[in-house]
Design a protein around this ligand. Structure first.
Ligand SMILES: C[S@@+](CC[C@H](N)C(=O)[O-])C[C@H]1O[C@@H](n2cnc3c(N)ncnc32)[C@H](O)[C@@H]1O
Length: 228
């Protein structure tokens, strides 16, 4: 494909997602596409996954986390702020970040470092900043090239023993499935493995989320560290 044509297509991909999310209510139901009731089970599964990581010989620290594609801060509120001293939120929709300031409440708010209104394709975290970078239900909004680069940049931004956690839907068909409505893709498990290799990170732990409704895509949690 011609370079200009490819750029136009990528711009449309991001613009269409922005337009989609601009129409979505800034609520947990909105964040979870009407599946707000799975939030509890989701957070429980994530807590367990983090627990395993803290039992490693070289566990991540508990100082600073980053919530990528944070929406209104559901994961920050119920998971990250209970464990880490400080949390940054990165989210392309600034309306959701404004709502987060109310939704999180004063106690959690006091632990927030930055509300960063930024698309992950443009996110350049400082080196050596985070113990955990949490990315959930957002990476299907990045092109493959941007996703590889994003993971690379995140891996440079980890502190000693830090971990990137990706929690995403994967297809059962083994193929990439497009969603034109919200301008995203759902990738198969094997493609994530390939992307991790290209980003030079080691996926040292992966677990499938249990107890989700059958009609949803399978959801996996991946723990990644830079290959040194
Ligand atoms: C399905 S919601 C998930 C929100 C949150 N991670 C959660 O699990 O509650 C997807 C979020 O990703 C955000 N998003 C979409 N494209 C993005 C991008 N390119 N960069 C950053 N955030 C993006 C949307 O605005 C929305 O808040």
């Amino acid at each position: 494909m011609e370079t200009v044509e490819k750029e136009d297509e990528e711009n449309d991909f991001y613009k269409n997602a922005e337009n989609y999310w601009a129409e979505i209510p800034a609520t947990v139901q909105g964040m979870l596409g009407g599946f707000g009731h799975i939030s509890r089970v989701d957070i429980q599964g994530s807590k367990q996954f983090l627990k395993h990581l803290f039992q490693l010989k070289k566990p991540p620290g508990k100082t600073y986390a980053c919530d990528c594609g944070a929406g209104i801060g559901r994961i920050t509120k119920y998971l990250l702020s209970n464990i880490f001293d400080k949390v940054d939120l990165v989210e392309q929709n600034s309306n959701f970040l404004d709502q987060a300031k109310e939704y999180l409440g004063p106690t959690v708010l006091s632990k927030i470092g930055e509300f960063n209104p930024c698309g992950l394709q443009n996110f350049s975290p400082e080196p050596n900043r985070y113990d955990i970078i949490w990315c959930q239900w957002v990476l299907g909004h990045l092109t493959e090239e941007d996703l590889i680069y994003f993971i690379q940049k995140c891996s440079e931004s980890l502190r000693e023993n830090g971990v990137i956690i990706i929690k995403e839907n994967v297809t059962s068909s083994g193929a990439v499935e497009d969603d034109e409505k919200d301008s995203s893709v759902t990738r198969p498990f094997s493609m994530y493995m390939d992307i991790f290799k290209k980003a030079n990170v080691n996926c040292f732990k992966k677990i499938k989320q249990t107890s989700f409704p059958k009609e949803l895509y399978p959801v996996y949690m991946f723990a990644l560290r830079k290959i040194t």
